[in-house]
Design a binder for this molecule. Sequence first.
Ligand code: B4P
Length: 195
Amino acid sequence: MFNIILFGPPGSGKGTQSEKLVMKYRLKHLSTGDILRSEIYEQTALGMEAKKLMDKGFLVPDEVVIGMISSLLDANPKAHGFLFDGFPRTSAQAEALDKLLQLKKTSISVMLALKVGEEELVKRLLKRGQTSGRPDDNNDSVIRERILEYHKKTTPVADHYKKENKAIMVNGEGSVDEIFKALCKEIESRINEIL
Ligand code: B4P
C-alpha cells in the first residue's frame, strides 16, 4: 500500500492538490474537513457540535476525527492506498493514525508538506470565502485563528514524520500545475524506493 499525508496550513492547497493526486495515483481520498462539512450539511449531532468550533477557526476534538478515520479505514479494505488530507492535525492524531495503520499491516509512505507564506494563505482563503459560503473563510480574524491553531497544534505533526525520515517540504506557491508536478516528482521517487 502507498499512503500519503498531504500536510500544510489552511489554504496551502491540500484540498486542491488532493483531488488531482487521487485521480492520478488511484488512492482513496480521506479529507477530515470534507467529512465534517458533510456532517454539518446533514445536520447530524456530530456536525452541529463541530460547526461551533469550525466557525471560530478551532480544531474539532481528536477523538471525533480519529473515530471518523478509523471507520473509513475499515470501510475501505480493498483500497490500494490512502491520501490523508487535513489529517493528522495534532500529535495525538498522528500517533493514533500510526496505530490504526499498523493494525492493517501498513504505514505512512510519505508526508508531503506544502509551504506557503501567511499573507498568501489569508488572500487565498478570503478569495474562496467570496464564493464558497464557508463561514470560516469569510472573516480575516477567523482565518488568522486557524493559522494560529496550525502553528500551535499542527506543526509538531511534521516533526513526528521528520524523525522517521518521511517528511518532504514542497513549495506551495506558484501555479496549481507547477505544484502538482513537484508533488508527483516526490511521490514517484518514493514509490520507486518502496516497490
Ligand atoms: P480543511 O477542510 O482541512 O481545509 P482548509 O484548512 O480550509 O484548507 P485546504 O488546504 O484544504 O484548502 P485549499 O488550500 O485547497 O479544514 C477546515 C476546518 O475543519 C479546520 O479549520 C478544522 O476546524 C476542521 N478540521 C479538519 N480536519 C481536522 C482534524 N484532523 N482535526 C481537527 N479539526 C479538523 O484551498 C484554499 C484556496 O486556495 C482555494 O480557493 C484554492 O482554489 C486556492 N488555491 C489552491 N492552490 C492555489 C495556488 N497554487 N495558487 C492560488 N490559489 C490556490
